[in-house]
Design a protein around this ligand. Structure first.
Ligand code: PBG
Length: 326
């Protein structure tokens, strides 16, 4: 046959043939599952815009962790919902802050589980910004000191990975040096290196009560229109000693994921954020989409784009579906 075209379909003919040539695979170990730990007693409050995701007090954390562990998920990312907020986010770096206490509890009961601590002030400040404020402006360098204290207190509580999400300049090197000086040179930094000022964080801010009380985050988070700037941010974090880089959000930014993956040789983490989750859930609840297929396709797309790991609220559902197909 002197055919004029290629027979691509040969490799798609049967399920096993397709399995044989599949290039991208999702693994449950790829997932980092975010959990909102709330200060107080007997709290299990579903976040209205994030069906299936809860604010949980410590007395409900064990049942959540039992499920996470039984599904084979090995990493969780902790966010705190404190009872008290103030101008300098004291509860972020308090020895008995909610994330510190949750970390101790998880590491005691599930020592093998990796606890990733989100290092930011916005859940703990009364103004809702990620740094200190003076005359309506964010104080970059003064905020770094508090972020370093936060990271050290999280490491002291047993966090396995520090994940700073605040987008102050220099946070990676400041935290790296602070951890080293405090004896935590073995604790990696998973930097939110490339974090856009995104409307997709809306539901998260409902969950964490961290909506800025004035202004927005555009002076520290990135302009969604920029691509080259993402490389500058990623290069800075590489030089400053990051061990992992996060790109955030996920789905609308997979070009950035690929750029970073092609240019920087560090494990790359994509954050499939709250708004992405909410959109899928809303459509699924309306019966408009096939949730399982949509979610697994999205997560596969993130890996194909270059993600090594994915922070996702879909982790438990995806793990259930993946385990049932084994
Ligand atoms: C804290 C932080 C935010 C998210 C992760 N860490 C909120 C923000 O920057 O406003 C968003 C995560 C999500 O939307 O799922 N700075």
């Amino acid at each position: 046959m002197d055919s004029q075209f290629n027979r691509h379909r040969r490799l798609r003919r049967t399920a096993n043939m397709r399995n044989l040539v599949r290039e991208t695979h999702l693994h449950v170990e790829d997932f980092i599952y975010p959990i909102f730990v709330a200060e107080g007693q007997d709290i299990k409050k579903e976040i209205p815009s994030m069906p299936g995701i809860y604010n949980l007090s410590l007395d409900h954390l064990t049942e959540e962790m039992d499920e996470v562990v039984s599904l084979g998920i090995q990493s969780v990312l902790l966010f705190g919902v404190p009872l008290e907020k103030d101008a300098c986010g004291t509860q972020a770096y308090h020895e008995h802050g909610i994330v510190q206490e949750a970390t101790r509890l998880i590491k005691e009961k599930y020592p093998e589980i990796l606890v990733v601590a989100d290092t930011c002030l916005c859940e703990y400040t009364d103004h809702g910004h990620c740094g200190l404020i003076e005359n309506g402006e964010i104080l970059n360098d003064a905020s770094l000191e508090l972020l370093v204290q936060t990271a050290i207190s999280q490491a002291k509580a047993g966090a396995d990975i520090i994940a700073p999400s605040n987008m102050m300049d220099g946070f990676t090197i400041a935290i790296r040096e602070g951890l080293d000086e405090a004896g935590f040179e073995h604790i990696p930094v998973m930097s939110y290196a490339v974090k856009y000022a995104s409307a997709f964080y809306g539901p998260f801010r409902d969950a964490a009560g961290s909506t800025p009380q004035f202004g927005d985050r555009k002076s520290y988070q990135m302009d969604p229109a920029n691509r080259l700037e993402a490389m500058r941010e990623a290069e800075s974090d590489l030089m400053e000693g990051a061990d992992f880089l996060i790109v955030k959000p996920g789905m609308p930014y997979l070009d950035i994921v690929r750029d970073v993956k092609n240019n920087i040789n560090l494990p790359l983490v994509t954050y499939n954020v709250s708004g992405e989750y909410s959109m899928v859930k809303a459509a699924a609840q309306n019966g408009w989409i096939d949730e399982e297929r949509i979610v697994l396709e999205m997560l596969t797309g993130m890996k194909r784009a270059g993600s090594d790991l994915i922070i996702t609220y879909h982790a438990k559902d995806a793990a259930k579906w993946m385990n049932s197909h084994k």
